[in-house]
Design a protein around this ligand. Structure first.
Ligand code: ADP
Ligand code: MG
Length: 178
């Protein structure tokens, strides 16, 4: 799919559960090999979003902030890589080998603070920006290539279908484990 056919889109997330649900919705449509930049200041909700993705992928172990470990790997229906580059110094990137890991990562990769090291992600990736909006959060999604554009469109459809009927059962496959 052409990136032009999956324009950036924005949603408002009223509370932390909603942020997790938004991540879970991506987790249900995410194909292996998807890389996602999580962009936003401290406390924006990046780790909360990652927890939702992890829940949808049924990962083992808690998805916690990897600020001190930098990169955490979880087994799930797809392997989940969760990195946080907040404390990484320029020049240390090569030492952790993240770029090479991401090139061949078979599952879903989430990278908090990816904007600090734009070169680390594959050219075609999904970007999720989170920022405070009052007591809520606003998320902006954009795709940078054809593969991520297809995921962006599928995610948006799934999210809007869920939103269209709050409280009613999700569409077929919506809430089911992968
Ligand atoms: N949509 C939201 N509305 C209000 N608070 C939220 C929302 N999403 C997440 N939070 C809260 O924001 C705080 C920081 O979240 P966290 O995911 O740790 O941020 P980050 O990883 O971006 O630093 C947590 O207390 C979380 O519960
Ligand atoms: Mg975090």
């Amino acid at each position: 799919m052409d990136v032009d056919r999956a324009p950036p889109w924005t949603v408002v997330l009223g509370d932390a559960d909603r942020t997790r649900a938004f991540g879970a919705c991506l987790g249900r449509v995410a194909p292996g090999g998807l890389a996602v930049a999580l962009v936003g200041g401290l406390g924006a909700g990046k780790t909360c979003f990652a927890q939702g993705v992890g829940a949808a992928l049924r990962v083992e172990g808690p998805v916690v902030s990897p600020t001190f470990v930098l990169v955490a790997e979880h087994q799930g229906t797809l392997p989940l890589l969760h990195a946080d580059l907040y404390r990484l110094e320029p020049g240390e990137l090569g030492a952790i080998g993240l770029e090479e890991t991401l090139e061949s990562w078979p599952g879903v990769a989430l990278v908090e603070w990816a904007d600090r090291f734009p070169e680390v992600l594959p050219a075609d990736h999904l970007s999720v920006g989170l920022r405070a909006r009052g007591g809520s959060r606003e998320a902006q999604v954009h795709a940078t290539g054809p593969r991520s554009a297809a995921v962006s469109a599928a995610w948006r459809r799934a999210w809007e279908a869920r939103d269209a009927a709050p409280g009613s059962p999700p569409p077929a496959g919506g809430e089911a484990p992968r």
